[in-house]
Design a protein. Structure first.
Length: 337
């Protein structure tokens, strides 16, 4: 049986220090989403090019409250760009932009703010979900069927409200997140599962022996920024060997650049991360007998076939390769390297 692999790209702006410094403004899509350097894309345009070379598709979880800050035309422009490139676009939210839009219109109006839907009272949360879906429709021309929470902050209560809004698939569970991703709810790792009328596709996690204080149970998310090519191959092979039916990886629209400042005024391509993404896509393309690359939209159309999804094992990466990756990343964190 093939393992279905879903590459997800969180596509979003940055506040860019605007909360703390009134002279600053959020980072526009040219620098944070397209990541243009000298007129060349190193963000979603570059990612789409790499996908197209291998005839693959990914799901771009598109943060939609930024529309309130940057305007409908700006958001519609990059969302339609992704759709025109044949990619899957789904819903992503960061409430920071909702509150920032209110603050920019009236500096005294923001009040207490949160970045997470789960922190709102039920009535407010339902209003924001409805608003997010309306904004998404105005940008994409259709309803979202999949969702990812900002900061991976979600719970079963949020899932029930998403289901009421017509969302069929949630991709917010990150077992390696320390910020309360389904805190205390004991979801299954690395396994597609049905929860309260909605499907949950967790971000795949791996485990290393190398101790790092910020990791939960020494688990690391399947983020192409934080895994070496060897670790990526090991995780893919182990998930398939143990019979996992689904695997979800993540990267961000801005992951393939290095920047010197919060405004993304000085940035350069991150050749290490670009190489990892290329390796990931090449490996999947070369092993189509074992892996099937799918989008969240495609998964939703076939969810009824997964009454008994397989998986749940956490691949082990050992000690040596994670240590070597840490050394490479330490060097690569130097901007001019």
């Amino acid at each position: 049986m093939k393992t279905k692999v879903c590459l997800t790209i969180d596509t979003e702006h940055s506040v860019g220090g605007a909360w703390g410094d009134p002279t600053l403004r959020p980072v526009p899509s040219e620098r944070r989403i397209f990541c243009r350097i000298g007129g060349r894309d190193h963000g979603i345009g570059w990612i789409c090019d790499e996908l197209a070379k291998r005839n693959l598709r990914a799901t771009f979880f598109s943060e939609i409250f930024g529309m309130l800050v940057f305007g409908k035309d700006d958001t519609r422009r990059w969302v339609q760009y992704l759709l025109d490139r044949g990619q899957d676009v789904q819903l992503h939210t960061h409430l920071n932009f909702y509150y920032l839009a209110r603050h920019l219109a009236d500096p005294g109006s923001a009040g207490d703010r949160t970045d997470d839907l789960v922190s709102l009272e039920p009535r407010q949360r339902a209003e924001r979900i409805e608003q997010a879906c309306e904004l998404f429709r105005s940008a994409a021309g259709r309803d979202p069927v999949a969702y990812r929470a900002g900061n991976w902050r979600a719970n079963r209560e949020l899932l029930a409200e998403l289901a009421n809004a017509g969302i069929k698939l949630d991709c917010s569970f990150n077992p390696a997140a320390k910020n309360g991703s389904f805190a205390g709810e004991h979801l299954q790792k690395n396994r597609l599962q049905r929860l309260d009328g909605i499907w949950e596709l967790p971000l795949t996690v791996v485990r290393q022996r190398l101790p790092e204080p910020h990791l939960v149970e020494r688990m690391r998310p399947f983020d192409l920024v934080s895994l070496s090519s060897w670790e990526i191959r090991k995780a893919l092979d182990e998930c398939h060997r143990t019979g996992a039916s689904h695997l979800a990886a993540v990267i961000h629209s801005f992951s393939c650049v290095k920047t010197r400042d919060v405004q993304y005024l000085r940035m350069k391509p991150d050749r290490v991360v670009q190489g990892r993404l290329r390796f990931f896509l090449d490996y999947l393309a070369a092993n189509r007998d074992r892996f099937e690359v799918v989008t969240c939209e495609e998964l939703v159309r076939t969810l009824d076939d997964f009454d008994q999804p397989r998986g749940g094992e956490v691949p082990e990466l050992g000690l040596v390769h994670p240590f070597a990756r840490k050394v490479v990343q330490a060097v690569n964190s130097i901007y001019w390297v």
